[in-house]
Design a protein around this ligand. Structure first.
Ligand code: DC
Length: 228
């Protein structure tokens, strides 16, 4: 699908949607197929949450937290294990998926200073790049001029089942009922916060992945890509 690559125009794809809708799985496969850069914006909020948790700063004032933001260096790298996330030179790819981070990430990502800083960094990372970026506010706020915007969703039950699989891989035990509760709580916080909440861009295409396989979702997206 290299036809998407033009020297003068950088095609950009955004995938937004609630937790567990399959955004990152689809985004990674799509970037591999297209040869684009993948930016996992949720991983950036997770990295900040991990930093604040480990430094005992979660309950500090916005002013104190703001003063720490410049010390938080987040990088993405690709290696044989896939996409890895680096926080101040340490690979935190696994840690940021743990329950400790899951519990606080919505509150952290609702903070104004943190959002402003992350949105600024995300725009910079995507500048002049062919990218697929996934998150909650990418189509509405980070890349409002992206050529293709997808809003990926799925039922809370299916999303909880998917999250449970991820957590089992990390050897963390949690019941499906508890996960559904957590997912609904996160959906509420993510969609009701004042600054760039989880919302569908007016020009995004909605794909409900509840009853679709990964390849069926990919097929639907590939039909939306320009053909030359
Ligand atoms: O996609 P994820 O589950 O890794 O995202 C983790 C959290 O970060 C989620 O609760 C919402 C928040 N987030 C956000 O507010 N804005 C984004 N662009 C991406 C994620």
């Amino acid at each position: 699908m290299k036809y998407l690559k033009s020297k003068t125009h950088h095609y950009q794809i955004t995938i937004d949607g609630p937790a567990g809708s399959g955004k990152s799985t689809i985004a990674k496969l799509l970037t591999r197929e297209l040869g684009f850069l993948y930016i996992d914006s949720g991983a950036m909020y997770r990295a900040v949450t991990l930093y604040l948790t480990e430094k005992n700063l979660l309950n500090k004032s916005e002013k104190i937290i703001k003063s720490h933001l410049k010390k938080i260096k987040i990088n993405f790298r690709k290696n044989k294990n896939g996409h890895i996330v680096i926080l101040n030179n340490k690979d935190i790819s696994k840690k940021i998926r743990s329950q400790i981070v899951n519990k606080s990430v919505s509150e952290v990502s609702a903070k104004k200073n943190i959002r402003q800083e992350m949105v600024k960094r995300q725009k910079k990372l995507a500048k002049d790049q062919f990218v697929v970026m996934d998150g909650r506010d990418i189509g509405t706020t980070v890349l409002p001029n992206a050529e293709l915007k997808i809003y990926l969703t799925a039922s809370p039950y299916i999303r909880a089942v998917r999250r449970k699989k991820d957590l089992t891989k990390l050897s963390e035990k949690i019941s499906a009922t508890e996960l559904i509760k957590q997912i609904q709580k996160r959906d509420n916080i993510d969609s009701s916060r004042t600054i760039s909440p989880l919302s569908k861009a007016h020009d995004a295409i909605v794909i409900d992945s509840t009853n679709l396989t990964i390849s069926e979702v990919l097929k639907q997206i590939s039909l939306l890509l320009p053909v030359k």
